[in-house]
Ligand binder design. Structure first.
Ligand code: ADP
Length: 468
């Protein structure tokens, strides 16, 4: 087995294959906008499903009352209660419970999963209300469900497919809100599932509640997805769709986006082939928290197979998903002089006592993989801005005057999810690339705003807005 030179070559190849110069990002931007058009033009017209959400009015700030929200994400589920006082400033999030989803539930049965969620809700309510449902009225619940759903109304829709490692096949085609309502009824809980909402739509709702310039929301968590406010007349596949606002939120399901311009490596190809949803969710597999760690693991594994810089090959390195993205960020952001954190995490992978030079190499791998993710994420966002005419492309063609450029409208992009919230380097790479793509001028009109717990709080706002 050869040594350092081989490893340097593998790293160089990785860097080349992950390269995202701004020209290439612009091609991704264009491809995203084109696919959005195609997905809106006809059912099955694109890998982007561009799903109707039946959310046409976003919260105004005048919502009142007490509401519950339950969010089933990819790794976590959350329950919270909000109190709304009828004024934007009076939004009291009374309690947020966040728990990891027990992994056995991900491939159990529909009944087991929903009984568990109903049970967790019941416990939460008992704790919150301390034994007394003070108003004696039925509780309203917003159900945030972070998987692709074909909606028939704002409160009903069927599961299209699972993603992010979930595999309960009997649930595909079933109405998700009904499943939860059934479980609540079985427990005798006086609670109604008032809305069924994608997590991105929740984030958009919270963003809009605070700032009506919010037109786009993106989630970078275990998975990744985006939604935005579209004019109904642009949703060509639904001729005659009428809403009072003239628009509707579209859930893009952008995790499934694909373009030949995406820089794909041999590691991505293997990761996809070995996943539970092969040939699916190609974009998500390059940019989201479930997968970044596993791409890094695959690079380290290959280096350890083709050189001896990591010592004897550790069997742990061959276990899919053992290296979590949380550890990738911890290594990437390790600022101890000897890279102690990197050393500790490598030890957990069965790799001990590597010199600082090798630890630095590992940090470099994390950097390359995360930089690509952040930059592609930015290209995705710019693609949406392009589709809705907020990327400045109308304003920066030659011959336009400066004052016309300043006509550009302000657009807020609400962003949520554990990867974005907690991985500073990912966030910085994304924001930096967005400025690179849009240019300094136009970037001043695009505000990226973090929406912590937006997926759940925003859904509660939506259910509240329906009561008004
Ligand atoms: P979910 O996707 O389950 O709704 P989150 O939005 O909280 O939940 O995202 C959780 C995911 O975010 C984790 O699975 C992980 O991939 C990623 N994540 C969380 N914390 C960090 C971190 N410190 N560094 C990098 N990634 C993180």
């Amino acid at each position: 087995r050869r040594k350092w030179r081989t490893v340097v070559e593998i790293l160089k190849e990785l860097e080349d294959d992950c390269d995202t110069p701004v020209g290439r990002l612009r091609q991704v931007v264009d491809a995203m906008a084109v696919e959005m058009h195609a997905g809106l033009a006809s059912e099955g017209g694109s890998k982007l499903k561009m799903l109707l959400t039946f959310v046409d009015d976003l919260p105004t700030g005048r919502e009142k009352g007490t509401y519950y929200a339950l969010h089933l994400g990819g790794t976590y589920f959350r329950i919270l209660r909000v109190l709304l006082g009828g004024q934007r400033s009076y939004l009291d999030v009374q309690d947020v419970e966040r728990h990891p989803i027990p992994s056995h539930l991900m491939n159990s049965t529909s009944e087991v999963l929903f009984n568990f969620l109903a049970f967790s809700l019941e416990r939460f309510i008992e704790k919150e209300e301390n034994g007394s449902n003070s108003q004696g009225v039925r509780r309203e619940l917003a159900f945030t469900f972070s998987f692709p759903v074909k909606h028939t109304s704002i409160s009903s829709g069927v599961l299209i497919k699972w993603t992010k490692g979930f595999e309960i096949s009997e649930m595909v085609g079933q109405d998700i809100a009904e499943c939860l309502q059934g479980a609540l009824n079985r427990r005798g809980l006086d609670m109604r599932v008032g809305v069924l909402v994608n997590d991105t739509v929740g984030a958009l709702s919270l963003g809009y509640y605070h700032d009506p310039d919010t037109l786009v929301a993106v989630v970078f968590g275990t998975g990744s997805n985006a939604c935005y406010l579209e004019r109904t007349d642009a949703i060509i596949k639904c001729q005659g769709l009428l809403t009072t606002s003239g628009s509707m939120v579209v859930n893009m399901e952008w995790g499934n986006f694909w373009s030949s311009h995406l820089p794909r490596t041999a590691y991505d190809i293997d990761l996809d082939a070995e996943s539970s949803n092969a040939n699916d969710m190609g974009f998500e597999k390059m940019i989201s928290g479930m997968y970044l760690g596993d791409i890094v693991r695959r690079v380290i594994l290959r280096m350890s197979q083709e050189s001896d810089i990591f010592g004897p090959i550790s069997p742990v390195l061959s276990e899919p998903y053992v290296l979590r993205t949380n550890s990738v960020s911890a290594m990437h952001e390790d600022d101890t002089p000897e890279l102690q954190e990197v050393s500790r995490i490598l030890k957990d992978l069965g790799v001990s006592d590597v010199p600082v030079k090798v630890r630095k190499l590992v940090v470099k791998i994390c950097d390359v993989v995360t930089r690509r993710a952040g930059r592609l994420a930015a290209a995705g966002i710019a693609g949406i801005l392009k589709k809705i005419g907020r990327d400045g492309s109308g304003g920066i063609t030659s011959g336009r005057s400066r004052s016309e450029i300043q006509m550009q409208k302000r657009t807020v992009v609400a962003v949520e999810g554990g990867l974005y919230m907690n991985y500073t380097m990912f966030r910085e790479y994304m924001e930096e690339a967005l400025v690179e793509i849009l240019g300094e001028e136009v970037s001043q009109y695009v505000v990226v705003k973090a929406m912590e717990d937006g997926s759940s709080i925003g859904s509660a706002l939506l259910v509240a807005s329906l009561q008004a």
